[in-house]
Design a protein around this ligand. Structure first.
Ligand code: DGI
Ligand code: FE
Ligand code: FE
Length: 195
């Protein structure tokens, strides 16, 4: 598996300084979530380093990559450019940097939208990206608070706020984002019943 040091070098070259700083905060936040909720620390930290690898790739280039890849959901091209960097990032990391680890690639692919049935590791990266200390949007604190309660409560708060934000702007919501939301609602209900 790629070392953290290698990931750091790759990502420092791929990203602008501000985005690199965000990345480091996501690594640290993910680490804190692992401390609290468990999970494969090494893989999570590696995925956190690499998660925005494709953030500055040309949208047209990313779209043509999607069209030639069977593993990418076919309706993705109907959606906004912002969504592409997660799926394409996983693809390019494999091709360009030799990242083979399935769990790491899965965390990266789902970090923007989430999905139904997220693993513990995927939940941690999804949430860490949303609540890292550099996030100052309204609702960031509410998500941080929910993250103290449980990992699922944190993800649900992030997911619900993201969906409201997108609906407020009247942009399309990717099906996996809605499926993540519904799945997290179900998990939270179960958790509350069992308390
Ligand atoms: O890459 P980051 O900025 O660190 O964060 P991210 O990967 O969570 O990307 C956030 C962007 O993704 C934000 O502009 C909203 C957008 N986004 C997330 N889910 C959806 C979405 N955009 C659309 N259209 N539909 C979604 O379901
Ligand atoms: Fe991202
Ligand atoms: Fe990010």
């Amino acid at each position: 598996m790629m070392t953290e040091h290698e990931a750091d070098r790759i990502i420092q070259q791929a990203l602008k300084p501000r985005r690199y700083e965000h990345t480091i905060r996501v690594v640290e936040t993910a680490d804190q979530l692992v401390e609290r909720y468990g999970g494969d620390r090494k893989r999570i930290r590696l995925a956190a380093y690499l998660h925005d690898y494709a953030k500055y790739r040309d949208a047209d280039e990313m779209r043509s990559r999607i069209n030639s890849s069977p593993s990418i959901p076919d309706n993705l091209h109907e959606h906004q450019d912002e969504l592409l960097h997660a799926f394409v990032g996983a693809l390019l990391l494999k091709e360009e940097c030799g990242v083979e680890d399935k769990a790491v690639l899965q965390m990266i692919a789902s970090h923007t939208t989430g999905r139904a049935g997220m693993t513990l590791e995927e939940k941690i990266l999804f949430l860490a990206d949303y609540i890292e200390p550099g996030r100052t949007f309204a609702g960031a604190d509410a998500a941080r608070q929910a993250a103290e309660e449980s990992l699922e409560a944190g993800c649900l708060q992030a997911s619900s706020q993201m969906i409201q934000f997108l609906a407020g702007k009247q942009v399309s919501i990717y099906p996996a984002s809605v499926e993540a939301y519904n799945d997290l609602i179900r998990q939270e209900q179960r958790r509350r019943i069992s308390l």
